[in-house]
Design a protein around this ligand. Structure first.
Ligand code: NAD
Length: 318
């Protein structure tokens, strides 16, 4: 039985990853999460529903700032470190200290705990936010220049991974996710907020003129790519972009959502937010080569699934 640890297991990507890993009967998953970001609300509960039914899954509802890692880590286990404080907009001001704690200190603590063991693989969830403002497709060689405090904390997490790989031989792989969406998406993320507002007839706030584009990654594609690190050949030391099948502007997304819901969106355009690049675009050729990664979900298919999920989550009939 493969022993896999997933931090952030109650979160958006973490809960999907656990479900996907449990499809393989040879995997046993320990999910660790203290429900910091969203509370034990219906969002996190829905994420955990199916997982709690599996006999090969155990949830440790513990805080990574204090947890005793000896209870969970063992030689030959695989560690997916997804826990953290996500979100660019909230990372300014007094919130920054939580980003430092949950994205930097917690990562260092986990790496330190892995140092005395021989873990099979250590996978760190990083972000496209480490790149900052770029033009065209961005490959992993591109200079990092985060625009937000969030991006700085994730980049620091990456550097810590590299430091522990170099000095302690921890077999680290860094995945840089590009805006992930789909069922289970965090309530603070754009598509979740847009769909909720459209279905309720409320106003959507768009920062800027809506022409900003993102490389949108459907959750199933993201999770398949993430899970494939376990069976891929040499991944130690690699930094790999995980992008989606399609890029689009926010205005294009809103138009699709209007079609899918059959409702007109009330959009209020407001000032562009600091810390957010105008465009993101992932060069995924390395993921294709190293992980055999092939994102297959079109934006329309993915948004249809997210629309159905939002209706179920908030019990909207139409
Ligand atoms: N969602 C995206 O589009 C996206 C894009 C790029 C990178 N990422 C990264 O992927 C990871 C997962 O993102 P997500 O969208 O699933 O976020 P999420 O907030 O849904 O999940 C993160 C989980 O980590 C948990 N957590 C945070 N601090 C903790 C602590 N100290 N102890 C225990 N649990 C803790 C939270 O309770 C939460 O359930 C994050 O590291 C994020 O930075 C996400």
């Amino acid at each position: 039985m493969k022993n896999i640890i997933v931090t952030g297991a109650a979160g958006f990507i973490g809960s999907h990853l656990c479900r996907y890993l449990l499809k393989d009967k040879n995997n046993k998953v320990t999910g660790i999460d203290c429900f910091t970001n969203h509370g034990k609300d219906r969002y996190s509960k829905l994420n955990m529903e199916e997982l709690n039914k599996s006999s090969r899954f155990q949830l440790a509802a513990e805080d990574l700032t204090t947890l005793d890692w000896k209870k969970y880590l063992a030689d030959d286990c695989v560690v997916y470190h997804l826990a953290g404080m996500p979100g660019v907009r909230n990372s300014w001001g007094s919130n920054f200290s939580s980003y430092v704690t949950n994205n930097i200190s917690v990562t260092q603590r986990l790496l330190e705990a892995c140092s005395s063991l021989s873990v099979d693989k250590f996978i760190f969830a990083s972000t496209s936010s480490v790149y900052g403002e770029k033009t065209g497709k961005v490959s992993e060689q591109e200079t990092t220049a985060p625009l937000s405090p969030y991006g700085v904390t994730k980049l620091t997490g990456e550097h810590l991974c590299k430091v522990y790989e170099y000095n302690e031989n921890i077999p680290v792989t860094i995945l840089r996710y590009f805006t992930v969406y789909g069922p289970g998406q965090r309530p603070d993320m754009a598509f979740h907020k847009f769909l909720k507002a459209i279905l309720k007839g409320e106003t959507i706030t768009v920062y800027g003129d809506g022409t900003q584009t993102r490389d949108f990654t459907y959750i199933d594609d993201c999770v398949k790519g993430t899970a494939s690190v376990i069976s891929a050949g040499k991944t130690t030391g690699e930094i790999i972009n995980i992008g989606g099948k399609e890029r689009a502007s926010l205005n294009e997304v809103i138009a699709i959502l209007e079609e899918l819901t059959g409702k007109k969106a009330n959009v209020m355009y407001t000032d562009k937010q600091k810390g957010e690049p105008l465009h993101t675009w992932a060069d995924i050729s390395k993921a294709e080569e190293v992980l055999n990664y092939k994102p297959g979900t079109t934006l329309r298919e993915g948004l249809k699934k997210q629309t159905d999920y939002i209706k179920k989550l908030y019990k909207y009939d139409s």
